[in-house]
Design a binder for this molecule. Structure first.
Ligand code: GDP
Ligand code: MG
Length: 404
């Protein structure tokens, strides 16, 4: 029978959607790796790994001259509106010389720092960095609007000497485009490459740094995603994980990045959750710690901006009724992630399919005697990744409904 199924998996999978998950080399690979380890040891290790992910702190410094849009950018990274309680004040000249830290509303260990403007005539980059205790920051974003100034360049040089990362952001791109759009023969790409070129010339004294053209009002457009890709290259795995979870859901590209990262961390969550002690999986001799799954799914839900508060803020920002955005969410997590929803996952059709993994895999050479824990792991991993997929679909529907 198992040979038959192996040749024709359609027979046991309820939907193509589930079939693709189970055929996914990732899950099979992860199960292979899992069974090579000792389940109890790996469970303890995975729990430590999840704790580390919870506890990792990230400090992002936003700097640049007064008026370039620092505070607006700080709020946007936190996914909050300029008028919200606890927002950085925008459109005002800085009165303080002290950096102000803002923690992320759903990721309290991610801090975004609004640094004082660097425009004073007797600016000393070295002293500035010392005053703001530069060593506490993971990276710097130097924002310039029309052009980058002498001070921006001095600061970048000094940051480089301190062996820290910095990124140049040319802000308010929407304004440039709007002004140019009035002219005859307007071509957006042309305008963007002209701005790029002028930044390049402007920043020649510091070599050939990357410059990202951004409109904070439309993070889904222009170079925001490229900036995030650069950060991915340069941050450690843990810091990247915290960053990508915290970023606002502003584009399909961002949803894709979040999905990738959640897929990766699902393996750790499934390793920690597969247990001989928890709630028994129907049909298996082992079980699963529902609490670990629930926590993972709650994090995913917030990362996709599907929690009530995030939807509320988005509705305000795009000026649409909250219920209109909520009504497009079709997943089983539309009303939130709670214990009942998670426990119900073990009774739904996906569980029928998950049970089929066992039948399926025992037919493949090498998996014939997959220990029960390995199957619990594979099942949990599959349920988690299916859930992430569902949430990603909701997130896509929401940003489409929001007109992003
Ligand atoms: N059009 C446009 N205006 C922006 C953008 N970012 C900021 N602003 C505006 O620029 C002004 C100064 O922004 P603010 O964040 O207070 O600058 P800061 O002094 O560097 O903190 C405010 O009126 C913002 O609304 C942007 O991307 N596009
Ligand atoms: Mg400000």
């Amino acid at each position: 029978m198992s040979e038959h199924i192996y040749e024709n998996p359609d027979l046991i999978f309820e939907t193509n959607y589930e079939k693709t998950i189970f055929e996914s080399p990732d899950v099979i690979n992860d199960m292979h790796n899992y069974v090579k380890m000792k389940p109890n040891e790996s469970s303890a290790k995975a729990k430590t790994q999840l704790e580390q992910l919870d506890n990792v702190t990230l400090n992002i410094a936003i700097t640049g001259e007064s008026g370039v849009g620092k505070s607006t950018f700080v709020n946007a990274l936190r996914g909050i509106n300029d008028e919200d309680d606890g927002a950085a004040e925008t459109g005002v000249t800085e009165t303080t010389m002290n950096p102000i830290s803002y923690s992320h509303p759903t990721m309290p260990n991610v801090y975004i720092w609004d640094l004082p403007g660097i425009g004073t005539p007797n600016f000393k980059a070295k002293k500035y960095l010392k005053d703001i205790k530069f060593d506490n920051f993971d990276f710097f974003i130097i924002i310039g609007s029309l052009r980058f100034k002498e001070n921006d360049i001095m600061l970048a040089k000094e940051i480089k000497k301190m062996k820290k990362m910095f990124y140049f952001v040319r802000s308010k791109i929407d304004q440039d485009l709007q002004a140019e759009a009035r002219k005859k023969g307007f071509d957006e790409e042309h305008v963007l490459s002209r701005i790029r070129l002028s930044c390049k010339e402007n920043l020649l004294p510091i070599g050939n740094p990357k410059v990202f053209l951004i409109s904070t009002f439309q993070l889904g457009k222009y170079d925001f995603q490229r900036l995030i890709d650069s950060l991915e290259e340069n941050l450690s795995d843990h810091k990247w994980s915290a960053l990508i979870q915290s970023l606002p859901v502003c584009s399909l590209g961002m949803i894709e990045k979040k999905t990738q990262e959640l897929y990766r961390t699902a393996a750790a969550a499934a390793t920690a959750a597969a247990t001989t002690a928890g709630v028994p999986l129907p049909g298996f001799s082992v079980g699963c710690e529902i609490g670990i799954m629930q926590k993972y799914l709650q994090t995913a839900h917030m990362s996709f901006g599907l929690d009530d508060k995030s939807i509320e803020r988005l509705a305000q920002r795009v000026n649409k009724p909250r219920d209109e955005l909520k009504s497009v969410m079709k997943s089983r997590f539309a009303a939130g992630v709670n214990k009942t929803v998670v426990a119900n996952m073990f009774r739904t059709t996906s569980m029928v399919a998950a049970k089929a993994v066992e039948v399926f895999l025992t037919g493949i050479p090498g998996f014939g005697n997959l220990p029960a824990m390995g199957i619990a792991f594979g099942t949990t991993l599959t349920l988690l990744r299916n859930s992430v997929k569902e949430m990603a679909e909701d997130a896509k529907a929401v940003i489409t409904a929001a007109g992003l």
